[in-house]
Write a protein that binds this ligand. Structure first.
Ligand SMILES: [Zn+2]
Ligand SMILES: [Zn+2]
Length: 268
């Protein structure tokens, strides 16, 4: 059996995912690949500035569905979550995470200064450098202030949005703040994920890109999960071969899987 569980998958419970992305449909793919289990990580973004996405998951129901699947399946069925960080909602985030027995928590930043990246509001009246610098500062503030998570999601995600000619960032320019972020994550025994969705979105790179993976390794990082950020079943497990070769190039020979919020490592 293949122990490399995709640790970033959205089902129809996430409003930006394919309504046909049923948990059972993912399980069919998991079995085809001989993977030992799944980790569902649907979105929770409290105080979402885009009202169209304001529809929090009913976790009583969600957890009941997970428990039902666990009864019928011999695979590991992980209940994870991708929780959106904003500084003013830390206590609301913590109370959800304390209420349900999550296996895994991805902390992601999808909004900055209460402005959405997705609809472009965050980028208005700013230069590209101002938006990227502000984004990395928000990530640094988040990891310094907040500890209720296991891995930080798609660390250089800001390049997905913004109508710039070249979305790629000059790594050397942002390395000082990226190093600061990674040091805090390593010091607090948290992790990052290698998210392959950038390849699907035509960015030509994973989140984060190889240079960041190398710095994470050099700074002592050991906790790293692998995720497709699937929003439809066909996205599941996409570009994992390339991701594994990038991890090896960065010096990793293991990736992390989670259960009950506890990490363990498997060889790649
Ligand atoms: Zn995300
Ligand atoms: Zn996601």
């Amino acid at each position: 059996m293949n122990p490399l569980i995709d640790h970033h998958m959205h089902t129809y419970f996430s409003l930006d995912a394919d309504p046909n992305a049923m948990m059972e449909a993912y399980l069919v793919e998991v079995k085809k690949r001989g993977v030992t289990g799944v980790m569902f990580t649907d979105h929770v973004d409290f105080d979402n500035p885009s009202v169209i996405f304001e529809n929090p998951i009913d976790y009583d129901r969600y957890y009941a569905i997970i428990q039902e699947l666990r009864k019928n399946e011999s695979l590991f069925i992980g209940m994870g979550v991708e929780i959106g960080y904003q500084p003013h909602i830390e206590s609301i985030m913590k109370s959800l995470l304390n209420r349900y027995p999550f296996d895994f928590v991805i902390c992601s930043i999808h909004f900055g200064d209460r402005l959405d990246f997705y609809n472009g509001d965050f980028f208005k009246h700013k230069t590209q450098d101002e938006t990227y610098a502000r984004y990395f500062q928000l990530v640094l503030d988040a990891v310094q202030s907040y500890d209720e998570y296991d891995v930080f999601g798609h660390l250089d995600y800001i390049i997905r949005y913004g109508q710039f000619e070249t979305k790629m960032y000059d790594f050397d320019r942002y390395q000082p703040i990226i190093d600061q972020i990674l040091r805090v994550i390593v010091d607090k025994k948290k992790g990052i994920e290698l998210n392959t969705s950038g390849l699907r979105y035509g960015l030509g790179v994973t989140h984060p890109r190889l240079e960041v993976l190398k710095r994470y390794k050099a700074l002592g990082g050991t906790i790293i999960t692998l995720g497709s950020d699937a929003h439809r079943v066909s996205d599941y497990y996409q570009h994992f071969d390339l991701a594994i070769s990038l991890l090896k190039e960065a010096g990793f020979d293991q990736i992390t899987i989670f259960k009950n919020r506890k990490p363990s490592w498997v060889n790649i």
